[in-house]
Structure formats: C-alpha cells, structure tokens
Design a protein around this ligand. Structure first.
Ligand code: AMP
Length: 284
C-alpha cells in the first residue's frame, strides 16, 4: 500500500492503472476510520482491481470552526488499518494541495438543500460537492462507495454525478452500528463513556418511531420523539424527520409511501450526531 500526498503523483498512478485496464474503486473519507469505513473499503476491494481511499478533513464542508478544529485526525492508525484490508493507495493531501486557490464556484442542489442537513448546515453540501467533484476528477474511479449513515449526502452526490456526467457508479452501503445500536461515526471518538451511552437513545427512538409509523399520524410521532429525547440529559434534538428516501423531502402522511427514511440529528455533550433508518411500510 502506498500513501500519496500530491495530486500530480496520484494522477500519474491513475493514468497508468486506467491504461492497463484496471477498474478503480474509491472510498472518500475524512479519516479516524472505523468499521463503517472498513465495510466500504472491503466491498471496494472485492468489486474492483484497485482500491483508493482518500483521507482528507475537508475544510470547505465545515460550517462550524470548532467542529473542524476538533475533528479527530489519526492518520498513522488509519494507514495501519488500511494496510490490513486490501486498500492499494491512500490519498492524504494537505488542504493547500487540494485548494491551491480559493474556490469561487458554488453548487446548488435545490430542494435537497432546504431540509435537514442542508437547512441546518448552510454551505455544507456545497463544500461536500466541491471536494467530491475534485476527488472524482483526480481519482477517476469506476465505482465510488458511500454510507447510508449520510443519506442526504448520497442524494447530493448522486445529483452531482448525474448533473456533471461523471462516468462512475455510486454505491450506497448500509450503516454499520455498535452492538448498542449507536451508528459508528468518527465523531463518537469525542464522546465520553456516559455520553456514548446516552447517544444510543438516537437509534432507540428511531426504532420506536418505526413501530408507530402506521398507527399514529406523523406530527404525533414527531412530538413524541421530541418529548422522549427531552428526558435524556446532555442530549439536544436538532431535528427528527420522516422523509422520502430519495428526495429527502418531508412526508406528512405515510399512507401513500412505500418506503420512508426516519432521520435524526442531535447534540450529545456538544457533539453533533446524525442517524437514519429506512422503513419499508409493508414491513411495519
Ligand atoms: P466520513 O469519514 O465521516 O466523511 O465518512 C466517509 C464515508 O463513510 C461516508 O460515505 C460515510 O457515509 C461513510 N460512513 C461513515 N460512518 C458510517 C457507518 N457507520 N456505516 C456506514 N458508512 C459510514
């Protein structure tokens, strides 16, 4: 496995790989790797000739300076993990390497930006789209792997790929969870043991909402979720939504839906966590 910091060096490698007919799988990450990332990497290693993982804490997608500053950075640990799971190249550039000049281009994703992560984190998806478009141009993958944990991000990336005609397939993999149900996340590293315990309430409340989906109207479920989480100390709910799984737009009445996404964002001990589950209405 090779660790590469320069765009030009990676371009040369990608060119040679493509000329020799190799299929490239790509997993973009911000590092502090956990089993959720490793699942994407293992799948890529299985489905492609070569796997490239990027580790880059992208400054343009953070709309909160302290979240960027405190984001865990564990490159040495990450590279030793990657060595064990069939990753061939790690792209770990500096911010100056990715952004030699300030980027003036802005993307708009329409309705996707007016809800949930789009509404709560202004500019976030613009930053995501800029870095993902840059990385797709540098890595030129045949397949790129993303996690359902960031469901709205997957929708943004799919729209980006479609709009800009990137010649690649976007693969979305299910959320990997701790035994407690807590969705794995690099930000969990910032939680102490007590907070980790409290954070499991997010998945718990998603399950409770799932159970009630056919019995109660959506506004009642929303009210009950908020009420339930109010009882949990150190936890502050930002949003809970019942949404269409593709457009991410709110669903006010599930009676004509086949599938919905239950999406949640909350602060636990000041750390912002998100989670979601997909619910097939025929199965509840
Ligand atoms: P991040 O490093 O947080 O930017 O995540 C990199 C990729 O890993 C994104 O596509 C995430 O959606 C995905 N990912 C993060 N956590 C999980 C998880 N628990 N299960 C599955 N995929 C995940």
């Amino acid at each position: 496995m090779e660790v590469i910091e320069q765009v030009a060096s990676l371009r040369a490698i990608v060119h040679a790989l493509r000329c020799s007919g190799k299929r490239i799988g790509f997993v973009p990450t911000m590092g502090a790797l956990h089993e959720g990332h490793l699942q994407l990497l293992r799948t890529s290693a299985r489905e492609n000739d070569v796997t490239i993982c990027s580790i880059f804490v992208n400054p343009t997608q953070f709309n909160n300076a302290s979240d960027y500053r405190l984001y865990p950075r564990t490159l040495e640990q990450d590279t030793s993990l990657l060595q064990t799971i069939g990753c061939d190249y790690v792209f770990a550039p500096t911010a100056e390497e990715v952004y030699p000049k300030q980027t003036l281009l802005t993307f708009s994703f329409g309705a996707l930006e007016t809800v949930m992560e789009g509404a709560q984190r202004p500019g976030h998806f613009n930053g995501v789209a800029i870095v993902v478009a840059k990385l797709f141009n540098i890595v030129q993958p045949h397949k790129a792997y993303f996690g359902q944990k960031d469901l709205q991000q997957v929708a943004v990336v799919r729209q980006l790929v479609q709009t800009l005609s990137f010649d690649l397939e976007v693969v979305c993999m299910p959320t990997v969870r701790e035994e407690s149900g807590l969705a794995m996340s690099s930000r969990n590293k910032r939680l102490n043991d007590v907070q980790r315990g409290l954070a499991t309430q997010l998945y718990k409340v998603l399950q409770l909402a799932r159970r009630d989906l056919k019995q109660k109207p959506v506004p009642t479920i929303k009210h009950e979720v908020a009420h339930y989480l109010q009882q949990v100390e150190e936890l502050e709910l930002e949003y809970f939504e019942v949404a269409d799984p593709l457009t991410l737009q709110p669903v006010a009445d599930v009676s004509s839906s086949e599938e919905v996404a239950l999406c949640i964002a909350a602060f636990v001990g000041g750390v912002r966590l998100i989670d979601n589950i997909l619910v097939n209405l025929k199965e509840v």
